[in-house]
Design a binder for this molecule. Sequence first.
Ligand code: H79
Length: 455
Amino acid sequence: MKRLILSLTILALSAAAQTLPKPLPAPPSQDAKMKWFREAKFGLFIHWGLYAIPEGEWKGQPIAGLGEWIMNRAKIPVAEYELLAKQFNPVKFNADEWVQMAQDAGMKYIVITSKHHDGFAMYHSLVSKYNVFDATPFHRDPLKELALACARRHMPFGFYYSQAQDWHERNGAGNTWDFGPDDQKDYDQYLREKAEPQVKEILTNYGPVCLIWFDTPRMMTKDRGSRFADIVKALQPATLIDGRLGPDSPGDYRSMGDNAIPNQVVAGDWEVPATTNKTWGFKKDDTDWKTPEDMTFKLVDITSKGGNYLLNVGPTKEGVIPQAPQDNLRAVGRWLKVNGDAIYGAGPTPFGDELGHPGGPDRQDKNGRTIPGFIVAKDWRCTTKPGKLYFTIFNWPAGAFEVSKMKGKVTKAYLLADASKKPLKVTQKGDQVSVALPAAAPDKIASVVVMETAQ
Ligand code: H79
């Protein structure tokens, strides 16, 4: 009998594994549409494509810059780059292991490259044979496998799609070495015949798509952006659109620059896409891994300013996420297991002075604009929920934690790491608050003091 139940359970589970849920219905309001994103705070970005094969090196030469830009940086002709597909056979790829890693890291959504600027579709596309199912010996659809693994684990799943640059296509933006200047191309021909139909495919064949991540909107106009937005709304009205569809296409939230964390609180919904080393797509020479301490600080910092952190890994040509970022992300996840209340669903700081102050050298951005210098302070950050302030302390002070400009009265304080919520001694004089701390911080990365407040 037990055996029968076991086999029936296995049967039921494997049946569930083969089907994707239907897309979600239209949300009743923008707030309802944004709800999961506002709770999530922390997502996994995955850059995976043919560029994982050269690993940042072409014909024995290291190619400077981002790994996924190698075709552009080395000006590799389409006819040569295409041959990489014949070598793509990531036999170690296991969708469940990737989703498990994201869950272990405390990440609440996954976004993967369905097509990057190189034009190669990482899913089974019927629009272009230049895709992972038809053009490689792998002959599988890894994004279908990931969509299924995410559905089994209730992990929101979304796609990056490079709508404007496509270096494989005569009329796509970006490939000037094979096809000449962009302003002489029939860009709408490329949009109509490849990008728009492929966006329809990824919104049709992979179950609910939590968001679609457009990028580098070269040659995009209001009309061209609206065509994509209309496709998304028609096929999956619950799917969020990021902030890079086009110059006149607002999207559902704002995308900050790559690895660009604002200095201050920013109102509205936004996200910082960021790397765990320097590149997005795998590059064997880039071992400059961010530490768990640094990534935890950035997650708390971004949350305290009101945004989300979308943190990238670049799997190898074998289909494996490099071990160093796996280990580092799992350390962030262990911190979140104890301290996640300070992050998930939390709002920005009501203070601001703790974030830092103007000073240091000015910088130029890539458009030549001057960015005034700012000295980032790193002692603590504050995140909020109704009636609660979460102080994540990176630099544990001796004796007491002091904060000024407190609005309202602190009725109780305790360490988030202390399951018994043993009260810490609070002294408040007007808007000055002092909370007595134990000598040693409970966590070596950062420890959270919760203050409950009343008006
Ligand atoms: O997908 C990741 C990057 O490939 C993509 N956005 C993130 C999420 C991205 N596309 N473009 N950029 C980022 C800006 C790229 C700038 C550079 Fe370059 C690429 C600097 C050097 C190589 C463009 C080409 C500017 C100089 C040469």
